[in-house]
Write a protein that binds this ligand. Structure first.
Ligand SMILES: [Zn+2]
Ligand SMILES: [Zn+2]
Length: 288
């Protein structure tokens, strides 16, 4: 059974997309729709001209601050926001990826990993959950800017490739949302990222095996202990058929204390008998 796109509620997405279109230029909106519909009939130079004109009138905007990207159309960040990105690089804990403030030989595990609190084999995040990256993730998740899945998933490609090689990844599994949360939001941000990453890495995405079966209150503002108690037993497996003996990459947008993904991985390993499980997120909270 293919479970592709089951986590995306299409009508809500369409509503959100329409809602984010320029409201004061209905004629341009109609023109855009017309070009999209019949674009293949336009001569290449005319299509290019229309594209350039549209870019001139509506230059692409920075995913972080929303300012037009005059000089760099590739985006997703303007030079100002780009400077605020704190990409995570060595030195960091070789298991959970928590960055070290000072030079410590890379082989040293962090306190959490020494205490063995994680079920995953390795976790990586591309940047700190601050500045422009925090802004863009907020716009993506709470502002309904689903088009940001593309640039954000691009940030996951290189570390995803690395983890896929290290752990012989067979499947990507996005952290599932509870059906009630999915109805509220209209989409699962982790699924949108996983779908793009899956096609970039040519690894199949499994949206169906893992489910969020118990409703949990948002984790914001909870202590680590409270977070752990809050998500305990929140996930379960529909079936372990696609998980047993496999290398799994769990994908999410943000890693905070890691309790949510930790519970996912616990289920995948204990109930699903996954061979290895790695975790990849766009951002992670980092202690000041
Ligand atoms: Zn910006
Ligand atoms: Zn660690």
């Amino acid at each position: 059974m293919t479970a592709k796109r089951t986590d995306v509620i299409v009508p809500s997405l369409v509503y959100r997309l329409l809602h984010t279109m320029p409201a004061n230029k209905p004629s341009l909106r109609r023109a855009g729709a017309h070009i999209q519909k019949g674009g293949h009939r336009l001569p290449a130079f005319a299509a290019r001209l229309v594209q350039e004109l549209t870019l001139f009138i509506y230059p692409p905007t920075c995913a972080g601050c929303g300012q037009p990207l005059h000089s760099d159309r590739s985006g997703p960040f303007c030079p100002g926001c780009l400077r605020t990105l704190e990409l995570i690089s060595e030195p960091y804990c070789p298991v959970c990826g928590v960055p070290y403030a000072t030079e410590i030989p890379n082989a040293h595990l962090c306190g959490d990993c020494l205490a063995g609190i994680h079920y995953f084999d390795r976790a990586r995040s591309t940047g700190s959950y601050r500045g422009a990256l925090r802004e863009v993730l907020h716009r993506f998740k709470y502002g309904g800017r689903t088009s940001l899945a593309r640039p954000l998933a691009q940030m996951l490609t290189a570390p995803g490739k690395h983890l896929a090689r290290l752990h012989k990844i067979d499947r990507i599994i996005p952290v599932p949302l509870h059906p009630k949360r999915l109805r509220q939001r209209g989409f699962n941000q982790a699924s949108l990222l996983a779908r793009r990453l899956g096609s970039a890495l040519k690894i199949s995405v499994d949206y169906a095996s893992l489910q969020r079966s118990r409703w949990t209150e948002p984790q914001t503002g909870l202590s680590r202990r409270q977070r752990a108690a809050n998500v305990k037993g929140a996930f379960s497996l529909k079936s372990n058929e696609k998980v047993k003996g496999k290398g799994i990459l769990v994908v999410d947008d943000v890693l905070t204390t890691g309790e949510t993904v930790n519970q996912c991985v616990r289920v995948l390993k204990k109930d699903g008998e996954a061979r290895e499980v790695a975790v990849l997120t766009v951002a992670r909270t980092v202690a000041e």
